[in-house]
Design a protein around this ligand. Structure first.
Ligand SMILES: [Zn+2]
Length: 505
């Protein structure tokens, strides 16, 4: 019996599992079959791979060719196995030696003429290969920058199947090594706070949000700079840690959204889906195995819902689950996948549907105005700690404005406040105030009575829910961190309550 073993990777969400591909030739009438839960795209690989092999001046055996992919119970999809299937057949057919492919993972889709095409998810695939103990990777040339992010793997780039065949026969110069990494500036610089006119309340809310990791609502008429302000938030956040950067890059890789030259995502992503986006585009979905949506692309970054009240309630509801759990589970035909979705939410909204620049010009009946913002209310808004009412910029506020602070100045305060919080919660493993669980704030880290008396009164009168009280405590801690105070004062609690209570309509 002629048999070969070649490695590739199956992805489920951003988790990969090494897949062993065996090829067997003979034992039946001439045809090609794949066993081991292939999806439709993978089943089509038979024809693609056969054409690519023939068009690379190689023979496809005139016998039964059987490919077995294991673990068999794992659903496998897509076109990323093409190269591994072709090589596996060629080894089984004694056309190329097996030894060069030991401990080597092969990724790439084959074009009919034998060219090797880019596939999504190269980074998470190679991380999985490394975990499985493989030491070498052969990927399509365009994937080299992304592949080189994985240390500890000997990465080689191939442009065609012929190159891989030539390499395996001993001409090792044929395949390319990745270029040494060059320091490239992040692809999109967030705008600077120095360009935001007026809006002292909005700026302060943004600083507090950045320092504590809180969600924000910015409400106000068009032209008050809500979107501009929201776009400044990623610039106030610390850069991603190495671990976070790889996690975020893996999600973007699976989504096919990486930059070709500098693939590593090092700054918190900023994602702003349109209010007409489908549920699949927003939270993830699609046929077969679900793809990541906007909420996962915003992982460890900022998700802006501009014109938030225009989002259909089904979209906002889907968002709520992710806000609670920090991840999203998506069940589709070919299985359940989980994507991370730990983002900071910014809601920006007009206060009424007619949205005039001057509020005095509003023509909406009072009940229309109420109903408009009520779409946001309830469980979603209950998770938003900071609510800000943005006012139109007047000539007066212009005149009073000295040069506004720039992002670097505010970021310095944010960094200091974050360091204080991280130090305080380090034993518990929480990084920001927004991550601290309510019970801990009420017990181990409870504040003395006089400090919380305002909250107690609001709770007793029913003006505040228990969850709302926890959220106030978190913001109060952030205000104390920004002020350099060891713990919140009654003033900090009052300001936190004010942020929450603020009437936005
Ligand atoms: Zn109106």
């Amino acid at each position: 019996m002629v048999l070969s073993r070649i490695w590739s990777v199956a992805l489920s969400g951003v988790d990969g599992i090494a897949v062993e591909i065996e090829a067997d030739i003979g034992g039946g009438r001439p045809r090609t079959q794949i066993v081991g839960l292939p999806d439709a795209a993978l089943n089509e690989a038979k024809d693609r791979v056969r054409a690519a092999v023939r068009n690379s001046d190689l023979q496809w055996p005139d016998q039964l060719v059987t490919f077995a992919l294991s673990p068999a119970a794992l659903p496998k999809g897509g076109s990323g196995y093409d190269l591994a299937l072709a090589v596996s057949m060629l080894v089984a057919d004694h056309k190329i030696p097996p030894d060069p492919f030991a401990d080597t993972v092969l990724l790439g889709e084959l074009a009919l003429d034998g060219r090797l095409r880019m596939v999504k998810g190269v980074l998470p695939c190679l991380l999985a290969a490394r975990r499985a103990g493989l030491t070498r990777a052969i990927v399509p040339t365009p994937a080299l920058p992304e592949a080189s992010l994985v240390s500890g793997l000997d990465v080689l780039g191939a442009a065609t199947l012929t190159e891989v065949v030539t390499w395996s026969r001993g001409d090792i110069e044929v395949l390319r090594h990745p270029d040494p990494p060059v320091a490239t500036p992040p692809p999109t610089d967030p705008p600077d706070l120095v360009d935001v006119l007026g809006q002292p309340e909005g700026r302060w809310a943004l600083e507090v949000a950045a320092a504590g990791g809180h969600h924000v609502l910015l409400a106000g008429p068009p032209g008050t700079g809500k979107t501009m302000l929201a776009r400044c938030l990623p610039g106030l956040l610390p850069p991603l840690s190495t671990e976070q950067a790889l996690e975020v890059t893996a999600v973007h890789s699976v989504a096919g959204a990486l930059s070709a030259d500098s693939p590593l995502v090092t700054i918190p992503p900023f994602i702003a889906p349109h209010h007409t986006s489908s549920v699949a585009a927003l939270v993830g979905g699609g046929v077969g195995l679900a793809k990541p949506g906007a909420i996962s692309k915003a992982h460890f970054g900022v998700l802006l819902l501009d014109e938030a009240a225009e989002f259909a309630s089904s979209r906002l509801e889907a968002l709520r689950t992710a806000l609670e759990e920090g991840e999203i589970r998506l069940a589709r035909r070919d299985g359940v996948v989980t994507y991370p979705a730990r983002f900071q939410l910014v809601l920006a909204t007009n206060v009424c549907p007619c949205a005039p620049p001057r509020e005095a010009d509003c023509v909406c009946p009072p009940q229309t105005r109420r109903r408009y913002l009520a779409r946001l209310s309830g469980p979603l808004l209950d998770r938003v700690d900071l609510r800000v009412r943005m006012r139109p910029i007047t000539a007066l506020s212009h005149a009073l404005d000295t040069t506004p602070e720039n992002t670097a100045t505010v970021r310095a305060r944010v960094t200091e406040a974050r360091a204080r919080a991280a130090k305080r919660w380090s034993a518990q493993g929480w990084r920001t105030n927004a991550e601290t669980p309510g019970p801990a704030l009420r017990r181990e880290f409870a504040l003395p009575r006089p400090v919380t008396s305002l909250l107690d009164r609001a709770l007793t009168s029913g003006a505040l829910t228990a969850r709302g009280a926890d959220r106030c405590l978190r913001v109060a801690w952030t205000l104390a961190d920004l002020a350099g105070a060891p713990s919140p004062t009654p003033d900090h609690v009052a300001s936190a309550l004010n942020f929450r209570d603020r009437k936005v309509a």
